[in-house]
Design a protein around this ligand. Structure first.
Ligand code: ADP
Ligand code: MG
Length: 318
């Protein structure tokens, strides 16, 4: 198979070439989309590089899943509905079995969210996957990091620390209890909180997805919103495997561990109960603290209401 046959066989055939707002999909020099008048286009791109973002021996299925899921998570944090995707694949060799496995996992996840692959690129080089997701929101409704107000309550979706614990276990398994398969899975197949994001766009004052760790990512909200925060360590939703390990390590993993892809968002205090019930019906959400007036300052409080100090920093690429 040559390059064009690969694209045709593994990708183009799985998607419509025109549908609704999509005027033209895969097959020309570029795709064409009609953005509805009352919508704004929300775009996000992520690259996953072998040996940096996933282990060299990771399965093609997991790589495909994660590369699409992390981009979907960014769109979710903006409160947008994901619609179209582009995919740039850089492969070291033309391995048909690998491409088959990659594409079936990628296309299955795309289908789950009714996404259409509308184009991409294929080139030779060290293994890297770039996914761009294009989403839409009603005009002016997309969420940002910058809207948190003093007195707002801080929430997270889902439980924290499973991905960081799974990574820790893989790297240092002898001294740690084995996490459940579902918890290990979180590292390779994070769940993008797409439905929660869409639900939040009418109620949240700010939102971000947790890719680098709660403290680091909440820090972005604080900086952008020019506010501070107080978090209660006892209210953090620890993932199940963290309940079996040393408490300080559990706190560190839940607060600074990356790769959870849960949403962290702020809500005005005193919202009607049905708003929270509606959110809860999609995925559990947990109130973990309050927005304060001390710009960019993040205070952690333990169960005795004493300040709690944490030792480590989130993962930084540079
Ligand atoms: P060009 O050389 O004009 O850039 P390409 O040969 O790269 O065109 O791509 C031909 C068509 O196939 C384009 O519509 C492009 O978006 C699509 N395409 C290329 N690679 C991929 C891919 N990995 N996944 C999906 N579509 C792709
Ligand atoms: Mg061209």
């Amino acid at each position: 198979m040559n390059e064009f046959e690969i694209i045709e066989h593994f990708f183009r055939q799985a998607y419509p070439s025109s549908k609704g707002d999509l005027v033209l999909g895969i097959g020309d020099d570029a795709a064409i989309i009609n953005v509805p008048n009352d919508s704004e286009l929300v775009i996000s791109m992520d690259t996953l590089v072998a040996g940096v973002h996933f282990f060299e021996d990771a399965s093609a299925e997991d790589i495909a899943y994660k590369s699409l899921a992390v981009s979907l998570s960014d769109i979710a944090s903006m409160g947008a509905s994901p619609r179209w995707i582009t995919l740039s694949l850089t492969l070291p060799e033309k391995n048909m079995t690998w491409i088959e496995r990659f594409s079936s996992s990628f296309n299955a996840l795309a289908k789950e969210y009714s996404l259409i692959l509308i184009g991409g690129d294929l080139s030779k080089g060290p293994l890297a996957i770039t996914v761009q997701v294009h989403g839409v929101s009603p005009k002016g409704k997309s969420l940002r990091r910058s809207g948190a107000n003093v007195g707002d309550l801080i929430y997270v979706s889902g439980k924290l620390g499973a991905a960081a614990y799974a990574l820790q276990y893989i790297q240092n398994s002898t001294s740690l209890p084995e996490p459940a398969a579902s918890e290990k899975q979180r590292l390779h197949r994070p769940t993008p909180r797409v439905k929660t994001g869409v639900e939040l766009r009418d109620v949240a004052t700010s939102c971000i997805d947790i890719s680098d760790g709660l403290l680091s990512d909440l820090g972005h909200i604080l900086k952008a919103s020019k506010v501070g925060a107080e978090l209660n360590i006892a209210d953090i939703p620890y993932s199940d495997s963290l309940k079996k390990i040393d408490k300080d390590l559990a706190i560190e993993l839940a607060l600074t561990g990356g790769d959870d892809y849960e949403l962290c968002f702020t809500l005005t205090a005193g919202l009607p109960k049905d708003v929270l019930d509606e959110l809860e019906s999609i995925c559990p959400v947990y109130c973990i603290g309050t927005i304060t007036s001390k710009s960019a300052e993040l205070l952690l409080m333990d169960e005795n209401d004493e300040p709690y100090n944490i030792k480590t920093e989130a993962y930084r690429h540079f």
